[in-house]
Design a protein around this ligand. Structure first.
Ligand SMILES: [Zn+2]
Length: 178
């Protein structure tokens, strides 16, 4: 279980580095990330969200196997888009409808260093695009019209301030629910 970094931290805004070594540590980090995403009831988690500044993310979607993507490239994106509500473990309590490609083709390596390519749609395609953005230092809020983004950022900041004032423990509890 890892502490998740939230909006306001510089690490969420940095570009993650390529994974060079496929070793035991990487496998451990990947399983730690899966453990964290399950505990926090998320559907995906990227390295920078736990302060691991490497190009890795995991997905955990109901009805799908657990997936690990290392050094991913999104090779193709459909012209057709969908607009669906998203949240982010790094911006707890904030949700917004985000426009993304309906389907994608992605290439990556698994934790054992084996490459794979997949074409997918639906929620998995959305989660992959969201997590890929994290590796580039981009958050789902950045995909919104400026006015909406500013309003939600202010809402998040206000919420964090209020929670901090009442009790730091309260903030953690709140974050863990999302
Ligand atoms: Zn996120």
């Amino acid at each position: 279980m890892q502490q998740i970094i939230t909006l306001g931290s510089d690490q969420l805004r940095q570009k993650a580095e390529k994974v060079e070594k496929f070793d035991e540590d990487l496998i451990k980090t990947a399983s730690l990330m899966l453990e964290t995403v399950k505990k926090d009831k998320g559907v995906g988690l990227a390295g920078p969200q736990i302060g691991f500044m490497k190009r890795i993310f995991v997905t955990h979607i109901e009805g799908d196997e657990e997936r690990i993507f290392i050094n991913p490239s999104i090779l193709e994106t459909s012209q057709e888009t969908t607009k669906v509500e998203e949240g982010c473990l790094s911006v707890p309590g904030i949700y917004a409808k985000v426009i993304r490609s309906k389907s994608i083709k992605v290439q990556a390596w698994n934790e054992k260093g084996r490459p794979f390519t997949m074409e997918t749609g639906g929620l998995l395609a959305r989660v992959i695009q969201h997590e890929y953005d994290h590796l580039e230092g981009v958050l789902f809020l950045d995909r919104l019209p400026e006015e909406k983004r500013d309003a939600l950022t202010a809402k998040f900041e206000k919420k964090s301030r209020n929670l901090q004032r009442s009790s730091p423990r309260n903030l953690q509890r709140k974050g863990a629910k999302v």
